[in-house]
Design a protein around this ligand. Structure first.
Ligand code: AMP
Length: 463
């Protein structure tokens, strides 16, 4: 059905050239729908997740509309901010600006990204030189506005990317302050993966007669993602996680936690167990986060652990597996999380570890996605013993079987393992930031102290 090419969308030769260089041959559905509407000057409310090609859907027509302002002049006065793209996180900001830069490569349009967590003074000179397209996180943009390093009175296009996330992160007051500084006459494009009532309210407030486009049913989960729930006590989760990771041959696994504290601790624990894991969270410096992400993309880190906020905007192609160490309390976040796997037609796996306390949130998720997720009860058995060696990830040793459906029968044949005291003091230790954000540590040598290992993992299927 979608046989149109970028040239049919009336894009300028300099943009088409950049697209060919990026390796794009045909527009994605969101691009095919959005580009003509944006070129016409419509406001847009678009439902699209990361991975659908939404960045190019707004960036390409935006650049095309700004081409008349392209200038080789070095005078800042010739490079006013004409388009403002607001995004919720630094990582997304970086990715969006990288795309804009690539698409604008053969024009003389300038772009820049500004985000918090880095010295503001390093950004100011670039801003003062003048840029046509500014990608920013709201807080840092307000800092620049206060410092008078940027003027927004020439903005004619505004993009709110991942608007639902911006609301979740409490950016509404910042957004309102920024929007009040923009010219009233402008084109507004809003992208959101989910359509909550808050999003509808925001769109009614900021958009002018918006055209509504949607590429995948909102709040739907991809058909090609296999979803599974393990019912497990909270205190047993980290043991179960280690088991799942060892039993999986997935080359990249993204693990979600509720707090950055848990993300940091889990990463450290897994590193100790020889898993090439790292955490990506707000307590890390921007450089550490970028290095961790890069290491994950390159494959030197195979397990990346983060919170919803930190993981937002990660553009990792064909992530084979997502594990929810804790399920989100907002059901929409579940859709976001598992949307990171099974992209572009690839199949993916989304596993959730659900404690009894979390079952009410699971019900909410199932209500939202209108689907019951397959569940198994994992009974984790611990045995104190010295560990001298362990199976590397991806290999199945007898001790490191991941819970699988076939094991269900064994759980009937054997008595359930006695429940261990369900408390792990390791999780009560004060948080210590990891020494290195980038390199996963090698397995520690046995120190003579008994270490807790999993002797067996029994799985009981619940219907
Ligand atoms: P996004 O949803 O904007 O985060 O894009 C997801 C990924 O798809 C990025 O790596 C883009 O470079 C890539 N992409 C976007 N549009 C196209 C296209 N038309 N053809 C091929 N890849 C694309």
């Amino acid at each position: 059905m979608n046989t149109i090419g970028f040239a049919d969308l009336k894009l300028a030769p300099e943009i088409l050239r950049a697209l060919t260089e990026s390796g794009y041959s045909t527009p994605t559905p969101i691009q095919a729908q959005a580009i003509p509407l944006v070129l016409e000057g419509c406001d847009l409310m678009a439902g699209a997740q990361t991975g659908t090609g939404k960045t190019a859907a707004f960036a390409l027509p935006m650049l095309q509309k700004l081409l008349p302002f392209a200038s080789t002049s070095t005078s800042p006065a010739r490079h006013s901010v004409r388009a403002l793209i607001l995004v919720p996180t630094r990582e997304l900001a970086i990715q969006v600006e990288e795309s804009v830069k690539a698409y604008a490569k053969y024009s003389h349009l300038r772009s820049l990204v500004v985000f918090g967590g880095v010295d503001i003074k390093t950004q100011t000179p670039y801003l003062k030189r003048g840029v046509e397209v500014l990608v920013a996180t709201p807080g840092r943009l307000l800092d620049h506005i206060e410092m008078k390093s940027v003027l927004l009175n020439q903005v004619q296009m505004l993009v709110l990317d991942e608007a639902d996330r911006m609301l979740d992160m409490g950016f509404m007051p910042d957004l309102k302050r920024i929007l009040a500084l923009l010219p009233r006459q402008r084109q507004n494009l809003m992208f959101s993966a989910t359509f909550s009532n808050e999003i509808k309210k925001l769109s009614a407030e900021f958009l002018n007669n918006p055209k509504l486009i949607e590429v995948a049913r909102s709040n739907a989960t991809a058909e090609n993602v296999t979803q599974k729930v393990y019912l497990v006590e909270q205190a047993d989760k980290h043991v179960l996680l280690a088991q799942l990771l060892r039993g999986s041959d997935a080359s990249q696994v993204l693990v979600f936690t509720k707090t950055k504290l848990t993300a940091g601790r889990l990463a450290k624990q897994l590193q100790k167990e020889g898993v090439a894991a790292d955490a990506i969270h707000g307590d890390k410096t921007q450089l550490e986060r970028m290095q961790a992400l890069e290491a994950f993309k390159q494959g030197t880190v195979t397990v990346l652990i983060g919170t919803d906020v930190a993981a937002r905007g990660l553009d990792i192609d064909q992530l084979p597996m997502v594990i929810n160490y804790e399920i989100p309390h907002a059901p929409e976040d579940y859709v976001h999380r598992i949307g990171r796997t099974g992209r572009a037609g690839a199949s993916g796996k989304a596993i959730s570890l659900v404690s009894p306390e979390e079952e009410k949130y699971l019900k909410e998720i199932e209500k939202l996605i209108k689907k019951e997720i397959e569940k198994e009860t994992a009974v984790v058995s611990h045995a104190a013993q010295n560990r001298t060696s362990r199976a590397p990830r991806g290999e199945h040793s007898e001790r490191s079987q991941a819970p699988r459906g076939e094991h269900a029968e064994r759980s009937h044949a054997r008595p359930a393992a006695p429940k261990k005291p369900s408390h792990d003091p390791w999780f009560d230790k004060p948080y210590e930031p990891s020494a290195s954000a980038t390199t996963a540590k090698q397995p520690e040598q046995p120190d003579g102290k008994p270490k807790k290992v999993v002797a067996a993992l029994f799985v009981r299927r619940t219907s």
